[in-house]
Every structure is written in C-alpha cells, then in structure tokens.
Design a protein around this ligand. Structure first.
Ligand SMILES: C[S@@+](CC[C@H](N)C(=O)[O-])C[C@H]1O[C@@H](n2cnc3c(N)ncnc32)[C@H](O)[C@@H]1O
Length: 382
C-alpha cells in the first residue's frame, strides 16, 4: 500500500508543495473559518451559542455540509449568478462546474431558443445527472467531462474563439457529501477517497498513509488553517502504524481524539478543517482555480462576464486578488520585477463587494451560508 501510494503520488506530479498550492500566499486565521462562516455572522446564523462554555461543547454530529441538511443539490445564488452573466439568446456560455445542472438549466432557460451552453464537470456521476437535468435543451448543450482549468484548450479544440459568459460554482456538490462511498463525510462510514474526478490516481487514503508527519502537519495547517495540525499529524502517523487508515469515519475518530476538548467548538465538527485540507489537496482545487484564472480572460469576448461563487477563504482570496489585479491599470503579476503590460485595465468589476446569499436562502439551504459571488466584465481594448 505504502510504496504503491507513493508511486501514485509521484506519478501525479504532486510534491507536498504542489498539493498545498505553491503559488498561494496562505495566511492562518483567515477572515472566514473553514466552515466559511464569517465570525461576525455566527451569532445570527446559530442562535443560542453565546457563552464560551456552550461554544466549547463539541459538535460530533457532522459538518455544516453533512447530509441531514440537503436532499439533492440546491443551486446557490442561482438568480444572482445568472443575472450577473446577462444571459442573452443567441450567445454562448460556459458552466465550468455543472454539478447537478441547476445553474446550467437556468442559463439555458434564459438564453432560449438559440443560446448555447458548454457544461463541464470532471465527475462522471455529476455529468450523468446533468445530462438528465438538461434533456429538454440537449441540442443547445455541449456536455464535457473535463476540468475547467483546461477551458482555453477545450475551446481551441472546438474552434470556439471565445464565449459571452463563464460561471464557476466551486467545490463539492451535496451529491458528493451525501454519498458515503465518496469519502467526504465524517459522520458516515465510507472509503477514504475524496476524489471528485475518479480518474485521479491519488485518494485521501494515499495522502494520509504515505505523507510524512511533517508534510501532513503542513498540509493540514496550510489548507485547513487548523491550529492543531501538528497534534493531528502525530496521531495519524501513530494510528497508521497500527493499521492503514482507509475509512472516513476512522480518520474522523483519530482527528477528534487529537484535538483537546477545550479546543473543540460546538460550531463545527472537530475534523472539519482536516477533511477540508485533504479534499483540497486530493483534488488540487486551488491549483485548478489558479490555472483557470491564468487562462480565462482569453476565453471571453470583450463585454463578456466571469462569475465565480466560492465557499472558503483560500479560494475566495485567490479570486478577489486576481480580479483586483485585472481591474488595475497595471495588471502584471506581483512577482514580475517591472511593468510589462500596456497599462489598461483588463476587466471592470460588476459588483464592488461580493454578493452573499440572502438570509432566506441560507435558512432554506445552510450550505449557502459561506457563498460569495464575485463578477467581472472583460473590457474592450482601446
Ligand atoms: C458546487 S457543485 C456545482 C453545482 C451546480 N452549480 C448546480 O447548480 O447544480 C461543484 C461541481 O464542480 C465540479 N468541479 C469541481 N472542480 C472542478 C474542476 N476543476 N473541473 C470541473 N469540475 C469541477 C464538482 O465535481 C461538482 O460537481
């Protein structure tokens, strides 16, 4: 198991730096927690947790995205996202994270009768669902199993010079969390998998059973912003010496045992941040997002819009900083020694502040509570 997994990780080109996302500047104590709940909003969202004592009662029932909250996937910020894309008949759009087909369907409805949609998801099960959900519009949809990071290549391979709007709704769908076989849930036993694209050779079990203690601690700290990362890594290494860690519930138990009771909070399951870190690493989510952002402006017509819905602070920060750089007159990457651009902004922000879901949407769909929608419009070159 160990040497095979190490070979798989090596073959996938991931050192721990790549898994963590080497181009990211990760700071601990981000604005949002790993659950994505901004500290100032917690009281409103979770009434009755106002004393420190109550806050320390551990939550061992499940994460904010655990199955009791969802039946199928409810699209988040649906109207807001589709409005911002200015969907127009006759034009072409991309949904880079088709998931359950909710946003895709809304785009198709608003672009009827002749707008076109390229719907992408790297999860084969998701694509099957999307195909069913979009059945009535099938002659206007191109369904692709691929990564949105490859969008420039996807368009080039099909001789599509550019599109009029692109949407990303990042992360997991409720279908992932609700299916114990996918290994994302810490309250339901399942194989420790966590791959969204099951062609990916590396699972969470591979990482947990083969990375060194120092690498595990670094990964859990950087990607999960988990302050107890060293303790957790130590426990994981001890536990795997007894038997490889192969199930999501055993991983959760080990992490819970590693976190001192006084460090637990009733706001989230103690394993939330560790699960988040592993999931981000297995799917190289920040790297995918960075690669997408590096190429996406070439995929848009002038006047075309890009809308991104993110769910945690690391991905939101990447989007926010990139959009801010594009909107400045000089938009050279920060590590270039001198300005090499022509001093024109590449985009215009469509909204100054991120759009967040209204309280009613959060009440009906708690998963929406950490969502942030940012939108820019590509500007016409002078
Ligand atoms: C939050 S769900 C999207 C839900 C969808 N907007 C809806 O309304 O049903 C995110 C989806 O994006 C997919 N995904 C995540 N990263 C991806 C990537 N790099 N390339 C393609 N699909 C990705 C996941 O497999 C998942 O199905």
């Amino acid at each position: 198991m160990t040497s095979l997994s190490l070979r798989k990780i090596a073959a996938s080109g991931c050192g721990v730096a790549e898994l963590i996302g080497a181009r990211l500047t990760c700071r601990p104590a981000a604005r949002e927690s790993a659950t994505g709940i901004a500290p100032g909003r917690r009281a409103a969202l979770l009434p009755g947790h106002d004393t420190a004592a109550r806050r320390r009662q551990p939550n061992l029932r499940g994460s904010p995205m655990e199955p009791n909250e969802s039946l199928g996937h409810k699209p988040v910020l649906l109207n807001e996202a589709v409005e911002c894309l200015q969907c127009t008949p006759g034009k072409t759009y991309v949904d880079g994270t088709a998931g359950g087909g909710g946003h895709s369907r809304a785009i198709l409805e608003r672009t009827a009768p002749n707008g076109r949609l390229i719907a992408i998801d790297w999860d084969d099960h998701a694509l099957e669902r999307v195909e069913r959900a979009l059945e009535e519009h099938r002659d206007r949809v191109l369904l692709l199993r691929d990564s949105f990071a490859r969008l420039p290549a996807i368009l080039k391979e099909r001789n599509i010079p550019a599109v009029h709007g692109i949407l990303l709704d990042l992360g997991l769908s409720s279908f992932h969390v609700d299916d114990p076989e996918r290994g994302f849930s810490f309250s339901q036993p399942g194989p420790l998998d966590m791959r969204m694209d099951r062609r990916n050779p590396v699972t969470a079990a591979d990482l947990v059973n083969t990375l060194s203690q120092a690498e595990l601690a670094e990964l859990i700290y950087r990607l999960g912003e988990e302050r107890q990362s060293r303790k957790i890594a130590r426990k994981l290494v001890r536990a795997r010496a007894e038997a490889p860690i192969t199930t999501s519930d055993r991983l959760a138990e080990i992490v819970v045992a590693a976190i001192p009771p006084e460090r637990r909070t009733r706001l989230r399951h103690p394993a939330t941040r560790t699960f988040l870190a592993l999931r981000l690493a297995v799917n190289r989510e920040l790297e995918q997002l960075q690669a997408f952002l590096d190429g996406v402006l070439d995929c848009l017509h002038p006047g075309g819009r890009l809308a991104v819905i993110s769910f945690h602070s690391l991905e939101d920060r990447l989007v926010k900083q990139t959009f801010a750089r594009w909107a400045r007159a000089c938009h050279c990457p920060p590590d270039w020694p001198a300005c090499r651009c022509d001093g024109q902004a590449l985009v215009r922000p469509v909204v100054r502040k991120p759009i967040v879901p209204p309280p009613e949407e959060v009440r009906l769909n708690p998963r929406a509570r950490s969502a942030r929608l940012r939108v820019v419009e590509k500007v016409e070159r002078r």
